[in-house]
Design a protein around this ligand. Sequence first.
Ligand SMILES: N[C@@H](CCC(=O)N[C@@H](CS)C(=O)NCC(=O)O)C(=O)O
Length: 210
Amino acid sequence: MKLYYFPGACSLACHIALEWTGSAYQTVRMSLASTKSPEYLAMNPNGVVPLLDDDGFLLTENAAILGYIAELNPESRLLGDGSIRARAEVMRWLAYLNSDVHSAFKPIFSPHRFIDDRSQAEALAREARAHVIAHLERIDRHLADRDWLAGQRSIADPYLFVMLRWARNKVGPMDRFENLAGFMGRMFDDDAVLAAIASEEGGAGPGPRG
Ligand SMILES: N[C@@H](CCC(=O)N[C@@H](CS)C(=O)NCC(=O)O)C(=O)O
């Protein structure tokens, strides 16, 4: 199995899931530029990471890749405890993170894709940061009485982790989000998480980018 990623990107969530499941995998380091190369576009016409190549089966989209890794490793219970409702709970959070929270960061990382007028970029980013903060407030409240988004650790958690790193770098101090800080602490205490980060970023790293 081969995971295409670039440092700081959302592909880190899939990387952590590969570590959590003890999967045999390799990584292929990309850059923003190389995701637009003809060779890469032939594999992923969207020109983004992550991309998973499992023996020629090319899979794109975080939600699909995370689900695939979890399904290949049912003993990891990253899609719940086997019950339909537990799985639905994981999917609820994965869908929310992917479609709402991830999207809220896009104007911060790539304002030029939303407006031509560069003088408006900061106003747009300000608005986007407010949207991100509203999502974080909601998630922080949700984590007040649980350690993991879906109750038990799941594929939704590394995705949240990636976006909290973005928030820390691009939105501002996160001190007031006590439960999110606790969640980050649990993730940073995890050797598998640290291994995935170290393999992508080495020491200080390039800083998150979505
Ligand atoms: N819908 C895609 C979005 C993936 C995505 O936005 N990837 C970013 C990194 S987090 C990327 O590769 N950006 C490069 C670009 O937009 O040119 C998914 O969930 O996998």
